[in-house]
Structure formats: C-alpha cells, structure tokens
Ligand binder design. Structure first.
Ligand code: DX5
Ligand code: ZN
Length: 219
C-alpha cells in the first residue's frame, strides 16, 4: 500500500447498487470507506453489520468502517469479525477508547479513533499509541455532501506534529468535503488518508475521480 490512501465513501453511492459501486473503484481506490450510523450518535441511519457482511463477499477492497454509533464498546469488534480491515469509532462515544482499540486488534482489525468537528484533538494525543489511524472530521459527522471546513485542518497539523515527533505508526485520515479543490490543503496539513464520498460517487467516472484526487494529493 502506498503512503497515500484514497478511501471512497459508499455513503454517496446508490444503496441499491453497492456491489457495482465498489467494483467501479476497485482498481483505483485503496480502501472502501463504510459509514455506519445509528440514529443515536448522529441523526442519520445508514448501514450496519448485515450489509457489511454481504458487501465483504462482493469486493476485494479493504473496508475502512467508520462507526458513527453510540456504545462502540458493544459493537466495534463485530465489524472486525465481519472482515473490516480498519474499524474507527468516535472518541465522543467511548468511555475507554484504548480498551476498544485493544479489542479490535485482538479481533483482527486495525483500530481507528475519530474526532468530530467540535472535539479538540489535544485530549486524545496520549492515546494515539493504541491506534493505527486517527480520523479527523472536516465537517460535522452525520451527512455526506457538506462543505469542507478548512479551520479544522489545524487539528491535522497538531496531530501530524505529534505523530512525527513521537515516531508513531499512525495514519491521519480526513473525512468530509474532501474533493479536488480541498485535498491539497489536507495533504499539506499532514493527512495521508483521504475519504471522499460525493467527489467520487457523484462523478460520472468514479475511478477517474479517484485517480485525480490521488494526483492532486501527491503533487
Ligand atoms: C459523514 C461521513 C463521510 C461522508 C463524506 O459523516 O463520515 O464519510 O461520506 O461525504 P463527502 O465526501 O460527500 O463529504
Ligand atoms: Zn466517514
């Protein structure tokens, strides 16, 4: 896997054609970002374990599951067992994030910690050695198609400095409003992993959109 990871979000795909949407980016994307929402942590409902299990059989792309759910301690490892490559849960929803990360790794996946728009990153820096990925929202979690908030890249810069000075093995992912006109700023701030929903599945040619995003992120 190259250092730059592009993870199209199937939230922006046609939910009646998830397998075709995954297939459309199989040769160009690195991961498939799967947004799980539960009507509790966020005011939206998307997909859950049964769909993840079925979709797992329909594509070879690694799954980057983003759990926007309450009580991740109860559910997160089931996504690992369903075959997710990475399982990310929200810091705001967890009482003991390090314990969940340990359980995820034991269940065979990588562990990600997500912080929403209004959550400062500073309080979580000491926890990062327990994680493989830090997801920094560049919108408020809950819906695709929102406008990118550039001020949130300050959190990416803070995390990048911490990761580099501490020599941590940790991917820094941005999610929300990532598109051809915003991805360069994300990369410049220190992100190496990029979620894009509308910019990929809203395009006529999703694979070409992924290639364009990668070209801008690595230029
Ligand atoms: C929203 C989700 C995002 C969403 C991004 O809470 O976490 O992954 O799919 O969609 P775009 O790229 O359209 O902002
Ligand atoms: Zn997401």
């Amino acid at each position: 896997m190259s250092n730059t990871v592009i993870a199209p979000s199937i939230l922006a795909a046609d939910f009646a054609r998830l397998a075709e949407s995954a297939a459309a980016v199989e040769g160009s994307a690195d991961w498939l970002h799967v947004d799980v929402m539960d009507y509790h942590f966020v005011p939206n409902l998307t997909i859950g374990l049964p769909v993840v299990r079925s979709l797992r059989k329909a594509t070879t792309l690694p799954f980057d599951c983003h759990l926007m759910i309450a009580d991740p301690a109860r559910w997160a490892t089931q996504y690992a067992e369903a075959g997710a490559y990475n399982v990310t849960f929200h810091a705001e929803a967890a009482t003991d994030p390090a314990a969940i990360a340990k359980d995820l790794r034991a269940a065979g996946s990588r562990a990600g910690l997500a912080i929403d728009r209004d959550t400062p990153v500073e309080g979580y820096l000491d926890l990062l050695p327990h994680f493989d990925l830090l997801l920094i929202m560049t919108i408020k979690a809950g819906f695709g198609g929102q406008a990118f908030i550039p001020e949130l890249l300050e959190k990416v810069r803070t995390a990048r400095r911490h990761v580099d000075t501490g020599h941590l093995e940790l991917r820094i992912e941005v999610d929300g409003g990532v598109a051809e006109d915003t991805i360069a700023a994300c990369a410049e701030a220190g992100a190496d992993t990029f979620v894009a929903g509308t910019a990929v599945f809203g395009a006529d040619d999703p694979a070409a959109a992924v290639r364009r995003l990668r070209a801008v992120a690595t230029s």
